[in-house]
Design a protein. Structure first.
Length: 232
């Protein structure tokens, strides 16, 4: 993209990832259940982690469950990469346990992630990959989910914590946020989107979105409703 090109706010969901393009405001502290790649179109991206260490670079990667906040930026591309897709293997090999500068990813595009997003991780246990994919698509009780993939509930929980660094309950909430965003983009009200995604009510959705994205549904609604389908 040329330096003088103005970004059109855009949000899209693909196989294994989501992408936001546009401006950001200062967020609250939060932690994702996916990898986050934040790329400055101009200048640098700035974040602070839970230990009060500041990070600044043209591109930053945040590992799942790393608590952080992002500072306001005029023009950024932000990718959320599911931890069980093939592109996440590349991020695991490159990043430490928190926030990592990745200037070599400054030219990363949606199609780069999309090609690897459709493929499952080759590093994670395939039973865990199946479980995460199942929870992404529908709500399944833990006992049933474990039986589906041939593990005990205890073993499946331990596998998730060891290999992707999070409890499956967090991934379940992240999947619900994904569904809520899709419902909002389709025109549902905040209250209806919350119920359809599996939250108790709109307030429940708001609390979890703030906790896992540092934003509220009201803040992202204009982007979800007015997104552009033009490529980055």
């Amino acid at each position: 993209m040329n330096a003088g090109t103005e970004l059109v706010p855009r949000f899209a969901v693909g196989e294994g990832y989501a992408v936001y393009r546009g401006s950001t405001t200062d967020s609250a502290f939060h932690c994702h259940a996916a990898f986050q790649i934040a790329i400055a179109v101009r200048g640098e991206v700035a974040m602070v982690d839970a230990s009060a260490t500041h990070h600044r670079a043209v591109a930053l990667v945040v590992r799942p469950m790393a608590r952080h906040r992002m500072f306001a930026a005029a023009e950024v591309r932000t990718f959320f990469v599911e931890p069980h897709c093939a592109f996440a293997d590349r991020l695991r090999d490159r990043c430490d346990n928190g926030i990592t500068a990745v200037p070599e990813m400054r030219d990363l595009r949606e199609e780069d992630i999309g090609r690897a997003g459709v493929c499952p991780s080759s590093e994670l246990d395939p039973r865990l990959v199946e479980a995460l994919n199942t929870l992404r698509d529908r709500n399944v009780p833990m006992a049933s989910l474990a039986a589906m993939v041939g593990l005990s509930p205890q073993r499946l929980r331990a596998l998730a914590r060891h290999q992707v660094g999070m409890p499956l309950t967090r991934w379940r909430v992240w999947a619900r946020l994904h569904r809520a965003a899709e419902e909002l983009r389709a025109g549902q009200s905040l209250a209806d989107a919350a119920i359809m995604a599996g939250f108790a009510d709109q307030a429940h959705l708001t609390r979890w979105m703030r906790e896992m994205m540092g934003l509220t549904p009201a803040a992202v609604l204009p982007v979800l409703r007015g997104h552009s389908r033009r490529a980055t």
